[in-house]
Design a protein around this ligand. Structure first.
Ligand code: HPA
Length: 260
């Protein structure tokens, strides 16, 4: 059987000229956070053997390789989601690839709905913890000798402290990862808030699990694009708010990479 991960990682290593320091996943509308930041090479997902390809606007669907603040960075502009019919393994292929090319740090970003009453659209929230409410886990059926991964401290306190030193206005909270693709009903919004979630979104939790299973340090950043349970939430609004805040995210990423 073809080993798609081995094929893609060998190709990436050749392209990058060596191991990668840090991988970044850019969520809905956030791909522009890399604009003008470094001289990134672009590799469309269709050029890979194993990268699943998403058919939705707001997800460019390409890997970007470059040196940013002295760090060799592999960024994924666009991700696939469970709600598109992809498996947990497909959703986390990018993380497996990042690990295979040597990344020891993963920065996961996403667009999320706010549940914490103090949050407003446009806020950036550091993910301090998550609830995986998707019903699946990328380690189910895995070949790992020990799939019983400790998820205490999954979102690195060290990296969060670095992020806060760069942007003191950052919010911090618990991210609920839901399946989607529907946005929440008012009752579901109350349910998630009662559980203790500060934000909800349709990504990230599986990637963090896959990263922790490989010993990668994770920084998670949610861009609050809307308030969960509010009327008329739509994908265009979510990506527009995300795009408007991409420059602030870019400044934050720039600072974090400097201090990594
Ligand atoms: N709910 C779930 N996922 C989301 C939302 C939301 O309100 N906004 C952006 N992603």
């Amino acid at each position: 059987m073809r080993d798609l991960l081995a094929e893609d990682s060998a190709r990436l290593l050749l392209h990058a000229g060596g191991k990668v320091d840090c991988a970044i996943v850019l969520g809905s509308g956030l791909s522009s956070a890399l604009a003008g930041k470094a001289d990134f090479d672009r590799i469309g997902y269709s050029e890979f053997s194993g990268m699943p390809i998403a058919p939705l606007t707001g997800h460019a669907g390409e890997a970007r390789l470059g040196v940013w603040q002295g760090k060799r960075v592999l960024a994924f502009a666009g991700r696939v989601h469970l709600y598109q019919g992809f498996s947990a393994q497909q959703v986390t292929f990018s993380v497996a690839l990042a690990a295979a090319v040597g990344a020891r740090t993963l920065i996961v970003t996403n667009a999320a709905g706010g549940l914490n009453g103090a949050f407003v659209a446009g806020d950036l929230m550091l993910i301090a913890d998550h609830m995986n409410l998707t019903g699946v886990n990328p380690l189910v059926g895995s070949q790992l000798e020990n799939p019983f991964i400790d998820m205490q401290g999954a979102y690195s306190e060290r990296l969060r402290a670095i992020a806060k030193s760069i942007d003191p206005k950052l919010r911090e909270g618990t991210y609920a990862g839901v399946l989607g693709p529907t946005y929440e009903t008012p009752a579901e919004a109350r349910y998630l808030r009662t559980l203790g979630a500060d934000a909800a979104g349709m990504s990230t939790v599986l990637e963090t699990i896959a990263a922790r299973a490989r010993g990668i340090e994770v920084l998670g950043i949610s861009l609050i694009t809307n308030i969960v349970g509010a009327p008329n939430t739509n994908h265009a609004e979510v990506t527009a708010v995300a795009g408007a805040s991409a420059p602030r995210l870019a400044t934050l990423l720039d600072g974090v990479l400097t201090k990594l």
